[in-house]
Design a protein around this ligand. Structure first.
Ligand code: BGC
Length: 737
């Protein structure tokens, strides 16, 4: 009889070790990813490699079934997990378990000026993507806000590269902790929807490096993004989805990006360019242009049979293909085949809370005369809510970010729920209306026809206004084509559907009018002086109404700050002033160079409607004196600034303390000042905190296009700290040797 230990040893030698030895390296989740990649690559056939680099359906690409390597499944992004669509269609597949949580739009996230909110957002949406078995989230977007007409600004993070960089990084890191790749979009220079599939952006190297690239660079180098999406437009005459300069030289060589470049849907136009100019994966190509073509045309994609034929005939070599496949395998091993992958969660209470918190922190109080807000139950007994946006769904429409949601609390519903607690009676009038948008739920879904008479709606609302203690107008833009919607730009800065007239008449009928704008863009406000309060409340997703109500009724003191300038007129925006929007159909020239947003406003001495960084609170913050730890530094040194901020009001509040740096004299023109630091602090009534900013070479540098390098020049600088780009509370001059 053999002893027990001996039996165990024989068992291990006969059965366990051979199995372990046979396990291929690529399946060993504990092996380094690069070893797994090389091992898997070495086992793949030519056909399997080519299959992997292009789509097989609207949102998926093949894995290697023979090797047990799973498919890739992408999802929009960036505000929630898109419904399941039919295999080769945009419309819904009719599932009943894919209704998601809608998170606030990215403009709202940017308006929180709080990287912790960004982390919370990334964590929550990453969990939703993971739960739905997606391994690529098509977002976030960080294209810079160049014109308020851009139909997709609501999907981006504003006009400032520093703010967008700081906000995008935590989002990506937290999404990816779920084993889901963030696919940052749209790289690069996709700053308008008009002519987006062919317009060639002409921009100087300074603006490219100082304004349009930094958030992408931060996403890659600090956020560690595993994927990036090429833009539809062209740069240097080449489509961005296969653009040698952007993808091979900048992204992959200079920034060391080791992830996957994914084409925008239908953004690929040429096999050779796609092979050689840095594209790794082709999605959504119609065979006959961007919008229509043959169905199930996947085998005809530029990176499908046409590429395979070239490989087989020896016209092109294997190295580019292997590089693409390596990147995709790396992404698969980081996501679907990672041992650290959790299971995710979907439409949970935690996610609802996250939505609400982000929305509450992003809502911006623009104006509040006579402290009309928060709504005081002691004075207001009858509250009239006017405006279609009070009840209109803002999660449907807008293009690819359109969502099928589990629920969406409308502003009106949120207000009614909250008003009850204060014993306030709420009445509602539409006041205006817009044409309905079709949800993409079903094949052939048709928008129900809505007939309305604007004069009648307005008259009814104005009459009701006369009998109310307060009027809350809820309007702005919506997700209809030509508003905040992919595929088109807006036609002007003004509010649509007769809202300007309606607001003016409401203000004439009632002295207490507060206006709530829902939008992802700046809007004109010809009635600004006639109303007492104005709030920018973005598109805030599932918890929109609850978040708005908590701000309106003062449960939360507003603390959002504008991530872009609100101009008084289009002519105050350089792209429009200089006649460089939308371009001539072939080129659009960014003549304003680095002077985008507040950089232009400062340079030209323009008074905006509301400046970048602006946002009021229900409490009052008092700033102390700004002090520096030295008045002279060397370029390699650092300088520290301190300022104390005190809450001198009687309610808790959050303030965003903003640091701008001004280079007094330089060899190249520089903006009057640039955002180089910000901190959001919470202060109890009477509480005081000290805020510290450290500035080094990075914060002092500019991109010298002659030297093709970032340089910090010696000279005199000034640090400015304020509560917005226009409300500067303290200044300190320092010199750099
Ligand atoms: C958009 C992308 C989106 C993709 C897939 C494109 O039209 O530009 O942002 O991710 O569609 O829906």
């Amino acid at each position: 009889m053999t002893s027990k230990p001996l039996t165990l040893i024989v068992f291990i030698m006969c059965f366990v070790l051979p199995v372990m030895a046979e396990q291929p390296v690529y399946l060993d989740l504990n092996k380094p990813i690069e070893d797994r990649v090389e091992d898997a690559l070495s086992r793949m056939t030519l056909e399997e490699k080519v299959a992997m680099i292009h789509a097989q359906s609207k949102f998926s690409s093949p894995g290697v079934p023979r090797l047990g390597i799973p498919e890739n499944w992408a999802t929009d992004g960036p505000h929630g997990i898109r419904q399941e669509v039919a295999w080769d269609e945009w419309y819904g597949a009719g599932w009943t378990n894919d209704s998601c949580m809608a998170f606030p739009a990215l403009t709202c996230l940017a308006a929180t000026w709080n990287p912790e909110m960004s982390a919370l957002y990334g964590k929550s949406i990453g969990e939703e993507a993971r739960y739905r078995n997606k391994n690529i989230l098509l977002g976030p977007g960080v294209n810079i806000y160049r014109t308020p007409l851009n139909g997709r600004n609501f999907e981006y993070m504003g006009e400032d590269p520093f703010l967008a960089s700081k906000m995008v990084v935590p989002y990506i890191r937290e999404v990816q902790k779920n084993g889901v790749a963030a696919c940052v979009k749209h790289f690069a220079l996709n700053n308008q929807e008009k002519y987006r599939d062919h317009v060639n952006v002409v921009v100087d190297d300074r603006a490219l490096n100082e304004i349009y690239l930094p958030a992408f660079k931060a996403a890659v180098q600090e956020g560690g993004a595993w994927a990036i999406m090429g833009a539809y437009n062209k740069y240097k005459g080449e489509h961005c989805c296969h653009n040698k300069y952007l993808l091979n030289d900048i992204l992959k060589r200079d920034w060391g990006f080791d992830g996957v470049v994914i084409s925008d849907w239908g953004g690929t136009h040429d096999t050779n360019e796609a092979i050689y100019n840095g594209l790794d994966m082709e999605f959504g190509t119609w065979t006959d242009g961007l919008k229509e073509g043959l169905s199930d045309a996947y085998s005809q994609y530029y990176l499908a049979t046409p590429y395979l034929d070239k490989l087989k005939s020896g016209e092109v070599g294997m190295s580019e293909l292997d590089d693409k496949v390596r990147r995709i395998l790396r992404l698969v091993f980081r996501t679907n085949m990672s041992k650290d992958r959790h299971f995710g969660s979907f439409v949970s209470d935690e996610h609802a809370l996250a939505c609400r918190q982000i929305a509450e922190e992003g809502i911006v109080l623009l104006k509040n005369d006579n402290h009309i807000l928060p709504i005081d139950g002691g004075k207001v007994k009858k509250l009239l809510v006017v405006g279609e946006n009070g009840v209109h769904s803002m999660t449907i429409g807008g293009g690819s970010s359109s969502l099928k949601v589990k629920y969406e609390v409308s502003p009106l519903q949120g207000i009614i729920n909250r008003a009850k607690q204060s014993g306030i009676e709420v009445m509602f009038e539409m006041g205006y209306a817009s044409p309905a948008v079709a949800a993409q739920d079903m094949k052939g879904a048709v928008a129900p026809e809505k007939k309305f008479d604007l004069d009648e709606l307005r008259d009814k609302a104005v009459k009701a206004a006369a009998g109310a203690d307060m009027v809350l107008f809820i309007g702005g833009l919506n997700k209809n084509a030509g508003q905040d919607c992919e595929g088109n730009d807006r036609e002007g800065l003004g509010l649509p559907y007769g809202q300007d007239k309606l607001i003016s008449e409401l203000a004439a009928a009632n002295p207490n009018v507060a206006v709530v704008i829902l939008s992802g863009n700046a809007v004109g406000m010809p009635w600004i002086d006639d109303v007492s309060a104005i709030i920018e409340a973005w598109y805030n997703g599932s918890e929109a109404g609850n978040a708005l109500a908590s701000v309106l009724f003062g449960d939360v003191s507003p603390s959002g700050k504008l991530p872009f300038t609100f101009p008084k007129r289009l002519d105050d925006v350089p792209a429009h002033k200089l006649g460089e929007y939308p371009g001539d159909g072939s080129d659009v020239v960014y003549k304003e160079s680095i002077f985008v947003g507040y950089r232009w406003v400062d340079k030209e001495g323009i008074e905006p409607l509301f400046p970048f960084g602006h946002g009021l609170s229900y409490t009052t913050f008092e700033y102390g004196k700004l002090v520096a730890d030295k008045d002279e530094m060397s370029v390699s040194d650092e300088i520290t600034f301190k300022i104390s901020v005190k809450n001198v009001g009687d309610r808790v509040g959050k303030e965003v303390v903003q640091l701008y740096i001004s280079d007094k004299k330089s060899s190249l023109p520089r903006p009057v000042k640039e955002l180089k630091g910000f901190q959001k602090i919470t202060l109890m009534p009477g509480e005081e905190k000290q805020v510290t900013f450290t500035v080094g070479k990075n914060e002092l540098s500019f991109y010298d296009d002659n030297k093709e390098a970032w340089i910090a020049e010696p000279g005199v600088f000034e640090a400015l700290v304020g509560s917005s780009s226009a409300e500067i509370k303290g200044r300190v001059v320092f010199s750099v040797k």
